[in-house]
Design a binder for this molecule. Structure first.
Ligand code: KG4
Ligand code: ZN
Length: 330
């Protein structure tokens, strides 16, 4: 029996089908182009897009997976965190569908789902608990100590902007489009690495695993003031900004491993699709003997495969616990 996953926490309407840990289909429809002219997500536009597309996306995923509605054992959906209106669409849809089929729903945490995306990659062994998990996206920059699929201890988070959000805002300052992450990465790749700008690195107080992105955002804003934004200068700013942000992220992740005596780092979220971050952290991990896990780009960005995947694990665990309890009762 298969599990259907529904994701509507932000600007992607997604549905996916998983059976026994195998991803059968994953469909994502994005409202990103509708937000482009505003340089950020407009919640009302995102919610209306979900209402319009949730049915189509679900039908497409089931068809692709060759699974009938009667072949589903549960419907998993993102319960939060996310935009309230957007979350409500997914919750109402998943609830109504499950009720009509007489099957249960499973509420999934969006951040846990981002990390779970690593368990859907079949070409390599899965990460082993406990590990240092980091969700780096447009809405979150959080470091966890993950002890099981349900036991995540938050040890650090952003005090202002998320890293992806800062990429989006800096791209807006530079006038290079939305979403900012891929645009900044593209410009940064074109930089010769000669004479980079030394933007501030916000390590915060000693021992802290928190982040702050407002300082560097302001530094970019002042740097751009009165400067001729040639293609070369944009590349130089994009590279220097990316390096400063990732230097801090890498330092905090590696320090978390040392502090909690862990040797595996597991990443999730849209920013993790950035190649420079993967290379930079990969080099440090190799030197330290740590294992680094990240999903393929399509599973870094918001998707429902990660929701269906962790939903299935949680559903099975609950079922096992119930069966165990009933056996004890007999
Ligand atoms: O995980 P995600 O799809 O949605 C949230 O849960 O927020 O992440 C979207 C964020 C955006 O802020 C986007 O600019 C950023 O991920 N992003 C990137 C890259 N691709 C997407 N940031 C840096 N480099 C990238 N290549
Ligand atoms: Zn996300």
């Amino acid at each position: 029996m298969a599990v259907l996953g529904i994701e509507t926490s932000c600007d992607e309407t997604a549905a996916a089908v998983v059976d026994d840990g195998r991803l059968l289909a994953s469909v994502v429809s994005s409202s990103v182009p509708l937000h482009e002219k505003y340089g950020g997500v407009i919640p009302e536009i995102a919610s209306r897009f979900h209402v319009e597309y949730i049915n189509k996306v679900t039908r497409k995923a089931l068809k692709k997976a060759k699974v009938r509605l009667g072949g589903l054992e549960s419907v998993a959906f993102t319960g939060g965190p996310g935009l309230t209106g957007s979350l409500l669409v997914g919750k109402a849809f998943a609830g109504a569908l499950a009720y009509s089929l007489g099957i249960p729903t499973v509420t999934v945490d969006h951040l846990a789902a981002h990390l779970f995306a690593n368990f859907l990659v079949k070409k390599r062994p899965n990460p082993g608990f406990p590990f240092v998990g980091a969700v780096v996206s447009g809405g979150h920059t959080s470091i966890f100590i993950c002890r099981s699929f349900k036991d995540f201890e938050l040890i650090g988070r952003t005090r202002d902007d998320a890293i992806g959000e800062a990429f989006d805002k800096v791209a807006k300052i530079l006038g290079i489009g939305y979403p900012g992450g891929p645009a900044i990465e593209k410009y940064a790749k074109g930089f010769t690495r000669k004479n980079p700008i030394n933007f501030p690195r916000a390590y915060l107080e000693k021992g802290s695993f928190d982040f702050s992105l407002s300082g560097i955002k302001t530094a970019v804003f002042y740097h751009v003031n009165g400067v001729d934004l040639s293609r070369r200068e944009i590349s130089r700013i994009a590279w220097s900004f990316q390096e400063a942000v990732f230097d801090v992220l890498v330092e905090k992740l590696v320090r978390a491993c040392g502090r909690f005596k862990l040797t595996e780092i597991v990443l999730g979220g849209g920013v993790v699709s950035n190649e420079r971050l993967r290379v930079k952290l990969g080099c440090v991990c190799r030197r330290q003997g740590y294992k680094l896990f990240y999903p393929p780009a399509a599973l870094c960005l918001d998707n429902a495969a990660m929701v269906a995947g962790i939903g299935e694990v949680l559903f099975r665990k609950k079922k096992e616990a119930k069966n165990g309890f009933q056996k004890k009762e007999q």
